[in-house]
Design a binder for this molecule. Structure first.
Ligand SMILES: [Zn+2]
Length: 296
């Protein structure tokens, strides 16, 4: 037998089947009925199955159709009436369990009562399943939103912290450098040479602070990063000799800030020169000079 249109009973059956709440026997006959080609029942079943799936897993809010709720409430209310009178009847039976006279009522009343109870239980179970599905979806969604929000806040805070740390580190570095500069500048025997960019590198600039008491010099420079396989080398020039002082390390921006020991034979030097040399430095400076200056 095929149905012409969906009735309340068909919807109930289809929704219970979709929720897996039918007995094995009921489910089997509903399946056979659908397989026999009742498109009305099959459509109803698919509609409920989709609704249930959406309530559990959709990424957007999917309200349960009103009619499911109405159906459930109406059914529970309707089933509740006979069940209540059954309960009263069963109460009466329990009060006089040993009386022989009412024995004929027992076999008739018990199966009916059991059946009604199991039907109510089925509806309560179905309602509970739907509430559970809706409730856990919203709980899951709200937890996920909270989690995403916390994660975003943490990332933002971490970024702020990194920025702040960089700033503090850079300030610390700068004040440490300034202290080194001032420590030498305060010494009366300190000498200074301004490094001036030469023809090929007019943008180079820097200074040599020469601490003659300690026989060391502080090299401050704003160069370009040395090309691959090359290195900047500092020389002290005196009237008699060109004395190699050391290799200069540039940072990623081509900045130099380092202390180098000054050899004894450079004591009478009058000029400083920076050249670009092969990786390990040279014994004699190459020309052209990259930066040079007079020692005052
Ligand atoms: Zn049908």
């Amino acid at each position: 037998m095929k149905h012409e249109r969906a009735t309340e009973e068909i919807r109930e059956l289809a929704s219970l089947y979709a929720l897996g709440s039918l007995t094995q026997h009921e489910a089997r006959s509903f399946e056979i009925h659908m397989r026999e080609g009742c498109t009305v029942c099959e459509q109803e079943f698919r509609r409920f199955a989709r609704t249930i799936a959406e309530m559990g897993f959709a990424s957007e809010e999917v309200p349960a159709p009103d009619y499911i709720r109405d159906l459930l409430l109406a059914r529970i209310e309707r089933e509740h009436q006979p069940a209540a009178s059954d309960a009263a009847q069963s109460h009466a039976l329990e009060a006089e369990p040993s009386q022989e006279g009412d024995a004929s009522a027992v076999p008739a009343a018990l199966p009916r009562q059991k059946k009604e109870k199991s039907r109510i239980l089925t509806w309560v179970l179905a309602a509970a399943l739907i509430l559970l599905a809706v409730g856990s979806y919203f709980l899951w969604k709200s937890l996920q939103d909270t989690n995403n929000q916390l994660r975003a806040n943490l990332t933002a805070a971490r970024m702020d912290f990194e920025e702040l740390k960089k700033e503090v580190d850079s300030q610390k570095g700068e004040s440490a450098e300034l202290r080194q500069v001032l420590a030498i500048a305060h010494k009366p025997e300190a000498r200074i040479a301004r490094l001036i960019g030469q023809a090929e590198t007019p943008d180079f600039a820097g200074a040599i602070l020469w601490d003659r008491q300690e026989n060391e010099c502080l090299v401050i420079g704003s160069f370009l990063p040395a090309p691959q396989g090359k290195v900047y080398q500092l020389w002290y020039f005196s009237a008699a000799a060109k004395i190699p002082v050391g290799l200069l390390q540039t940072d990623s921006r081509g900045r130099v800030f380092m202390k180098l020991p000054v050899p004894q034979e450079a004591a009478g030097a009058t000029a400083v020169v920076v050249t670009l040399e092969p990786d390990n430095g040279s014994q004699n400076p190459s020309t052209p000079y990259r930066a040079a200056g007079r020692i005052d």
